[in-house]
Write a protein that binds this ligand. Structure first.
Ligand SMILES: NC(=O)c1ccc[n+]([C@@H]2O[C@H](COP(=O)([O-])OP(=O)(O)OC[C@H]3O[C@@H](n4cnc5c(N)ncnc54)[C@H](OP(=O)(O)O)[C@@H]3O)[C@@H](O)[C@H]2O)c1
Length: 226
């Protein structure tokens, strides 16, 4: 399939690389390809510059958000939560309409240092804001509750015997995302319900961050034992 991945950070890169490995064609969206390619140092998270990373992934095209949205049959939001709505506006409503958006973003606010707080919570979520703003987009929140490497290689931990969540209003979109997740290696995919349930998985982040701090490793996961 043709997939448009919005975001050039570690999540966008990890998802894009795995999709290519699985035989998909990927356009990676950014605000300005020229500006993104001109960055020469590591990003704030210590990742190598996008230009160096792209040299190792020549099948992936770096394009403006609108082009990634236009080309993608399925879309992935891996942009910073604070910029997700702006990124989608730049993608253009006409390019989004009717498509599935796998939304991995989290509403993290780093303005007061670590650990970050949530800039949306309790009575709303970023997933819902995206769905409300782009009514014809089929938003499916998923994968936001774990570290990027686990998203695409769940079997690297406990043989994949742990849980990923889905939240979204459209049953067909959730089915398509489930197929994609299974292709990544996921076995336990728990559908929480409509996009309103994204509040729960986004509000898990403060717990994730404390566990990260206590464990000092990012490779841990939720396993829902029935
Ligand atoms: N890191 C993880 O392991 C992890 C795990 C779970 C969920 N998440 C969530 O996944 C998302 C991506 O995380 P990340 O660490 O890969 O990258 P990030 O640094 O959070 O986001 C980088 C991307 O956001 C875009 N962006 C930032 N501000 C923007 C704005 N105002 N308008 C448009 N685009 C904007 C950047 O655009 P340019 O390309 O133009 O610079 C870049 O593509 C986040 O929402 C994060 O909370 C991350």
């Amino acid at each position: 399939m043709k997939i448009g991945v919005f975001g050039t950070g570690i999540v966008g890169r990890t998802i894009a690389a795995r999709l290519v490995e699985l035989g998909h064609s990927v356009s990676m969206g950014t605000r300005s390809p020229a500006d993104t390619l001109a960055r020469s140092g590591p990003d704030p998270m210590g990742n190598e510059p996008v230009s160096a990373w792209l040299k190792q992934h020549p099948q992936i095209k770096l394009v403006p958000y609108a082009e990634a949205a236009r080309e993608g049959e399925i879309l992935v939001n891996a942009t910073n939560g604070s910029g997700s709505l702006d990124a989608l506006r730049a993608a253009g409503e006409g390019n989004l309409n009717g498509k599935i958006l796998m939304d991995i973003s989290n509403p993290l606010d780093f303005s007061r240092g670590m650990p970050p707080t949530l800039f949306i919570s309790n009575t709303d979520s970023l997933g819902e804001q995206i769905q409300r703003t782009f009514a014809n987009l089929k938003v499916v929140k998923t994968l936001n509750t774990m570290n990027a490497q686990l998203m695409v290689n769940p079997r690297s931990l406990a043989d994949g015997n742990h849980t990923v969540f889905l939240s979204g209003n459209d049953a067909g979109a959730k089915e398509t995302v489930t197929t994609l997740l299974r292709s990544f290696g996921w076995k336990d995919i728990l559908d929480l319900g409509d996009i309103g349930t994204a509040r729960g998985v986004e509000m898990y982040l403060p717990v994730w961050l404390r566990m990260w701090s206590a464990l000092q490793i990012p490779s841990f996961q939720i396993k829902v034992v029935r």
